[in-house]
Design a protein around this ligand. Sequence first.
Ligand code: SAM
Length: 240
Amino acid sequence: MGNDIELLREGASTLGLTLTLDQLEQFKEYMNYTLEVNKTMNLTAITDDREFIIKHFLDSLTLSQVYNFENTERVLDMGTGAGFPGIPLKILYSEAKFVLVDSLNKRIQFLKNVVEKLNLKNIHCIHGRAEQLGQEMDYRETFNVVVSRAVAPLAILSEYCIPFLKTDGVFLCLKGPKYKEEIQGSMGAIKKLGGKLEEVKSIKLPFSDITHYILIIRKINKTPTRYPRKPGKPTKSPIK
Ligand code: SAM
C-alpha cells in the first residue's frame, strides 16, 4: 500500500500537484474498491496497481495541466465508465461541482457506491445517453466544462459533448497519437456544433513513455437545436 501511495504522490507532484494524505487515501480506496468489483463486473482491463495509478489516476489528473477546475460551477464527464477522468478530478478539486454520465446503469450504480464510500460532495452520477440528456433543459448548455476520455471518435464525441456547454465553456478531450487525423475529420462537426479548436497540448504521462494529447475546444456559438440527434444517429452518420 505504501508503495502505491508513494507512486501516486510522486506522479502527481511531477504534474505540479500536491495531494493531501486524505486525498491519497481516497485514491487508494477507490482503486481497491474498483478492482474488487471488477472481479464480477466489467469496469477496467487494467488490474495491476502500478498501471492503474499511471493509466487511470495520473492520466485523468493531467487535465489539471490545461484547466483549473477549482470552484468551477459545473463540470460534466461524458461516458465516465468506471469514473475516469471524473472521480480523480473530483478528489483533487473537492469544491467543484461534477456530473458524471454513462449509458450503462451498472457502472452508474457502482459510481454511486464510490461517491458514498469516498464521502464525495457536489457530485451526481446520472444514467443516460448523451444524445438524450443533451436535449434536456436541465443539462443542455448548462456546463462550464465537459471532459471525456475514450468514448468515441472526435466528430461523434463532439456531438455528444458540445451541446452541454454554455457559450464560452470548454470541452477537454484526451486523445492518443492519431489526434491529428481525428481533428482533420472533425473540423466541420466542431464548427456546426458551435465549437472552435483552440489548442492541443501534448502531455507526457509520468513513469511511462506515453504521450497523450488534450484537445481544447471552446464553444463560441450556441449549438443548433437539431443537435444532438436521436440516440445512435451520431455514430451511424457522424456530422461532416
Ligand atoms: N471514460 C472512461 C475511461 O476513460 O476509462 C470509460 C471509457 S469506456 C471505453 C466508454 C464509456 O462511454 C462506456 O462506459 C459507455 O457506456 C459510455 N458511452 C458510450 N456511448 C455513450 C453515450 N452515447 N452516452 C453516454 N455514455 C456513453
